[in-house]
Design a binder for this molecule. Structure first.
Ligand code: NAD
Length: 338
């Protein structure tokens, strides 16, 4: 099948080509660096399938152009699908599939990396020592052992994160719209309602999807309930956090450390080299200026293991569609999602 693959980098091509060869699928991948938007959708002309990533715009306008050009299938190279207008896709007869599972260790381990980096100020220590500055001023951390970690979303990634933090000797508080028995089986864990989690957690890590319900879950009122100096980690989706409220929370000292791998307006920034550009996003630049904030550019998934899983499942999703097999990873529109 001829597939227009958007937002591709060298590593996407390498792993997709390898998966295509291993499965002997013979799909014809047409690679584009550019994001999929209404302006670039014409590149997919004559491609029955489109392969897209997290910051591609699969809103109604793009989908209508794709449908008119003959696209019938969208293969997402991600688990999250908040960037797709599923209702419009269903109305246009476009099927959508995603990568339901890929190494959850990749994202969970990155979240733990952010915790360690922020707590022990490793980013400052690294630069200081390279500068022959061996002072410890400003590097004071706290023991993770005995601290309380709040985990919002205890699915595949949240559970692995919980298991690792349990290994450090942390007390774990969980919140999930659909509690997971695996969480309670870890031990030293308890499901609570959000106000209790906000009030007691030294560290809060977000692992739920971005939905209308979870949009700006961390807003001014949530931050007001948190412990002074707490650490907030977001490796899930930028829209879970109200950036303005978080900036105020950092300024007031409520949020003592912020580690984010995702950012609400990241589609204008991430996955490209803008080092010679003047960044126009003032909120992002302000965040960057705080000494207790660490930002990575949506790299939590970025391990060899995860890229292999993503590419293998993507190729298999396209083959299932091409051969008319049931789409095991299909995301069907349900009115409740709206
Ligand atoms: P998952 O579906 O296994 O788990 C999500 C959990 O969130 C589920 O237990 C679900 O019940 C819970 N949930 C749903 N709605 C909720 C709500 N309103 N309040 C609280 N909990 C709610 O998904 P996963 O594989 O663990 O991935 C979690 C998220 O991580 C994805 O949605 C995606 O946005 C993000 N992600 C980020 C990266 C990255 O590179 N930064 C990579 C992969 C996934």
């Amino acid at each position: 099948m001829r597939v227009a693959v958007f937002s591709t980098k060298s590593y996407d091509r390498e792993f997709l080509d390898a998966a295509n060869a291993t499965a002997q699928a013979n799909h014809e991948f047409v690679y584009f660096d550019t994001r999929l938007t209404p302006k670039t959708a014409s590149l997919a002309a004559e491609c029955p399938a489109v392969c897209a990533f997290v910051n591609d715009d699969l809103g109604a306008e793009t989908l209508e152009i794709l449908a008119e050009q003959g696209t019938r299938f969208i293969a997402l190279r991600s688990t999250g699908f908040n960037n797709v207008d599923l209702k419009t896709a269903a109305e246009l007869g476009i099927k959508v599939a995603r990568v339901t599972v890929y190494s959850p260790f990749s994202v969970a381990e990155h979240a733990v990396g952010l915790v360690l980096m922020l707590n022990r100020r490793l980013y400052r220590a690294y630069n200081r020592v390279r500068d022959d500055n061996f002072s410890l001023e400003g590097l004071l951390g706290f023991d993770l052992y005995g601290s309380t970690v709040g985990i919002i979303g205890t699915g595949k990634i949240g559970i692995i994160f919980a298991q690792i933090m349990h290994g450090f000797g942390c007390h774990l508080l969980g919140y999930d719209a659909f509690p997971n028995p695996k969480f309670e089986a870890i031990g030293n864990t308890r499901y609570v309602e959000l106000p209790e989690l906000f009030a007691n957690a030294d560290i809060i890590s977000l692992h739920c999807p971005l939905t209308p319900e979870t949009h700006h879950l961390i807003d001014a009122s949530a931050i007001a309930q948190m412990k002074p100096g707490m650490m907030l980690i977001n490796t899930s989706r930028g829209g879970l956090i109200d950036t303005k409220a978080v900036i105020e929370g950092i300024k007031s000292g409520k949020i003592g450390h912020l580690g984010i791998d995702v950012y609400e307006q990241e589609d204008e920034l991430f996955f490209r080299d803008l080092s010679d550009t003047v960044i126009q996003d003032d909120a992002f630049q302000l965040l960057q200026s705080f000494s207790n904030v660490v930002i990575t550019a949506h790299q939590a998934f970025f391990t060899r293991n995860a890229l292999t899983d993503i590419s293998t499942t993507t190729v298999s999703n396209i083959t299932d569609f091409e051969q008319g097999h049931p789409l095991k990873n299909e995301i069907s529109y349900q009115p409740l999602m709206a």
